[in-house]
Design a protein around this ligand. Sequence first.
Ligand code: GLC
Ligand code: CA
Length: 557
Amino acid sequence: MEKKWWHGKTAYQIYPKSFCDSNGDGIGDLRGIISKLDYLKELGVDIIWLSPIYCSPLADQGYDISDYYNIDPRFGTMEDMDKLLEEANKREMFIVMDLVVNHCSDEHEWFKKACQDPDGRYGKYFYIKDWHEGEPLPCNWRSYFGGPCWDKLPGHDDKVYLHVFHKKQPDLNWENPELREEIYKMINWWLEKGLAGFRIDAIINIKKKLPFSNYPADREDGLCSVRKMLAEATGIGDFLGEMAEKTFRKWDAFTVGEVFNEKDEELPQFIGDNGYFSTMFDFSETVLGQSEKGWYAAEPVTPEMYKEAAFRNHKRVEGVGFLSNIIENHDEPRGVSHYLPEGEATETAKKMLGGVNFMMKGLPFLYQGQEIGMENFHYDSIDQADDISALDQYQVALDAGLSPEEALKVVDHFSRDNARSPFQWDASANAGFTTGTPWLRVNSNYKHLNLAEQKNRPDSVWNFYRQLIQLRQNPVYHETIVYGEMVPYLAEQYNLMAYYRQGEGQQLLVLGNFQKEPQDVVLPGKVKALLLNNLPGFDAEGSVLHMEGWQFVVLEV
Ligand code: GLC
Ligand code: CA
């Protein structure tokens, strides 16, 4: 595998709306981010991914862009953005933005012009079809946020347009070369400005299986998940290859794809040496237990499931490319509330989960607040939900016969609001996030769970993440941690997640006891060094290591 400038880095996702508010309007902003760059540098972060800050009606919190070339005033100005790039550069940090090009906002001028003249130039930027009241829609795909993928084109009773996400997110027609050129122009414009690259949103959706056709219904609503169509769509590589060639490769940009369900044989094209993207997220653990029926039908994730999925997916890419490892993001529950059993999210357990994930081969991505072990917050009522996905899934659960209390419990666990509640900086009002009224509730646990409390406490979750990053940066171990093969160890041992990282003449062993009960682990040989431990004690007798519940260690063996 060819070495790339970003391989040895550590990345961090900022959800700007909830990170730091500099002007008291309750909404996080670019100046807030700038004010925290030194903090991120201290933590050890190199690459920062910003969720969208472009102009947007925020129907899907910025994933509905109305102007790709401007910053939404709620987040700041283009001068603030330039300042951020400059300040990051000074600190040898890299800024990556979200690239949302499967769809734009219905308030984008392209869509407005398409509505004015559906047969004209901009009509061809979208998927618009003739339709008459009483007729079936062009196809029965269900949008990700619920309901049919088709809505009436504003101003036209006899036309509908396609949106696989929210109706305020019309899909862009990638079959149209003119549209593609517009997108490449925009990407190059940003890269020229000094951006290091992009996180590429929902990209697998850009290739539709045409002509539009129905699939067997998978719920009572008579609709079928878009995913069925995507599994049959072929030819996405032509678009992605063209995009990479005309944009990213020219700049040696870093790109991380939000890719689901790619086929094994496509992996080299996606993330191989000359792939469409630099890397893509490992969602193999994220999707565990999910059901097409909806959140209410999800199965809990066990440590064995987690381990099996992680090992399988990393083996799949070994020698091909790099995955990006996460325990959470802005679309997922907090990792510590999802992968650890209820009531077990102690600091020790949080460190173990973070540790086994961080040490895997690939690029570690932390999500804001993960470094202090932020947890899901809880709804008292569905009225507190902001996330459009949570509102839809609440209804799906009710329709499936759950009581309102049960349905609330479901969305309480999976809601995307969990990850979007403001960062907990300190114990002052609103967790130090804003002097105004936060746009989304602060988790009520902020008084004891916050950065200020953890910064100076040596055994805090924060200090543990810092040690993980320092270990990755340590020149003695760096090559092994970045490039060493990841080989499962005692994969059959119940609730033990263990693997080697095998470097040249160096071998690290990562051990996580994924349960509250202690367990014994037979070591493969002499321990040369204990590099990291989430507990004060290390109890080895001969070749047997007695691990405490949730203990995590990194050894050189
Ligand atoms: C991605 C984003 C998510 C958004 C969706 C539509 O999955 O991560 O937040 O809602 O795409 O853009
Ligand atoms: Ca603000």
